[in-house]
Design a protein around this ligand. Structure first.
Ligand SMILES: [Zn+2]
Length: 259
C-alpha cells in the first residue's frame, strides 16, 4: 500500500515535522515509519534520523513519570521457566540494528514457549488461547493483523513477525515488539495498563508457522532513544505483583549493563 522511497521522504518532511511541533506524536506516523522499516522502504540514513527524532518525540509526548513501570510477565499463566534457553541465553543481539543492512542479524529477543503440543494455538491445559499481556503500562504504536500463511510474493517482505503489536512503555523508556500473535485486542494509540490483555498468542510469521517451531511469543525490547536492543530476561524475573501493589521500578540499569 505504501509506495516506495518517495513515501518515506514525504513522511519525513510532513509527518515528523507536524508531530514534533505539537509535542505530541501521531501514532499513525510511527506505524507508517515501522512499516517502511519492516518492508525495507526507507534509506539507512533517513531511518537513523527518524529514530533520533522519534526517540525525543516519544519521550516528550509521554513523560516517564506519568506512566506506571510495574512489570508483568507477558503470557498469562506462564513464567520465567518458559523462556527459551537456559537463563535467557536465547537473547543474541549480535550486531542487530532496527534499520540498516545488519538489522536481521542475531536474535535480540526472548522467546517464551507455551504448552501447545498439537500446534492449534490453544493451551493444551485449558483448551483456550494464551493471553498476551502488556509488560507495563504503555501506548500502542503499531499493530499488524493481516498475516496469512500463504507464501508472500516477496519472501523478504518482513512479515516474519506474523501478526504483531508495538507498544511504547514510557516508564521503561523502551519499545516492545510482541510477535507471532493471533488475534489483536488493542487499537492504534490506545493507552494500555500493565498486565492488560493485548492479544492472543498464535503461530503467525514465516518461521513460527513451520511445524518445527513450537508455539511461542517473540518479545523484543528496544531503547526508545536509539532503538538498540535490551535483554528482556532481567525484567521477566520480576513476579507480577497481585493487583495494585508495589510501585517497584524496573531494573533498567541491570538490563542496560547486560547488552
Ligand atoms: Zn524469537
Amino acid at each position: 500500500m505504501l509506495g516506495a522511497i518517495g513515501t518515506a521522504a514525504v513522511w519525513l518532511m510532513l509527518g515528523a515535522g507536524a508531530a514534533f511541533a505539537a509535542e505530541s506524536v501521531d501514532v499513525e506516523d510511527w506505524q507508517r515509519f515501522e512499516r517502511l522499516v519492516r518492508d525495507d522502504q526507507i534509506a539507512y540514513e533517513d531511518g537513523l534520523q527518524a529514530i533520533r527524532e522519534w526517540g525525543g518525540a516519544l519521550q516528550r509526548a509521554y513523560p516517564t513519570e506519568r506512566f506506571d513501570g510495574r512489570l508483568f510477565f507477558p503470557l498469562k499463566g506462564y513464567g520465567l521457566k518458559h523462556v527459551g534457553g537456559r537463563r535467557g541465553e536465547g537473547y543474541r543481539p549480535s550486531r542487530y540494528e532496527f534499520v540498516g543492512p545488519k538489522r536481521r542479524i542475531g536474535h535480540p529477543a526472548q522467546d517464551i514457549f507455551v504448552h501447545d503440543g498439537n500446534q492449534d494455538s490453544l493451551d493444551d491445559r485449558t483448551g483456550t488461547p494464551v493471553e498476551v499481556l502488556a509488560i507495563a503500562e504503555g501506548i500502542v504504536l503499531s499493530t499488524f493483523s493481516e498475516w496469512t500463511p500463504s507464501p508472500p510474493a516477496d519472501p523478504g517482505n518482513g512479515k516474519r513477525g506474523g501478526n504483531y503489536v508495538w507498544i511504547y512503555h514510557p516508564a521503561l523508556r523502551l519499545l516492545a515488539y510482541y510477535a507471532h500473535l493471533q488475534d489483536i485486542a488493542v487499537t492504534l494509540g490506545e493507552r494500555v495498563a500493565g498486565g492488560a490483555r493485548i492479544a492472543t498468542l498464535g503461530r503467525t510469521g514465516t518461521r513460527a508457522y513451520a511445524e518445527r517451531s513450537p508455539t511461542h511469543l517473540h518479545l523484543m525490547l528496544l531503547r526508545a532513544k536509539d532503538m538498540t536492543p535490551v535483554d528482556p530476561y532481567p525484567m521477566l524475573q520480576i513476579p507480577a505483583p497481585p493487583g495494585a501493589g508495589s510501585q517497584k521500578r524496573p531494573p533498567r540499569g541491570t538490563a542496560e549493563r547486560q547488552q
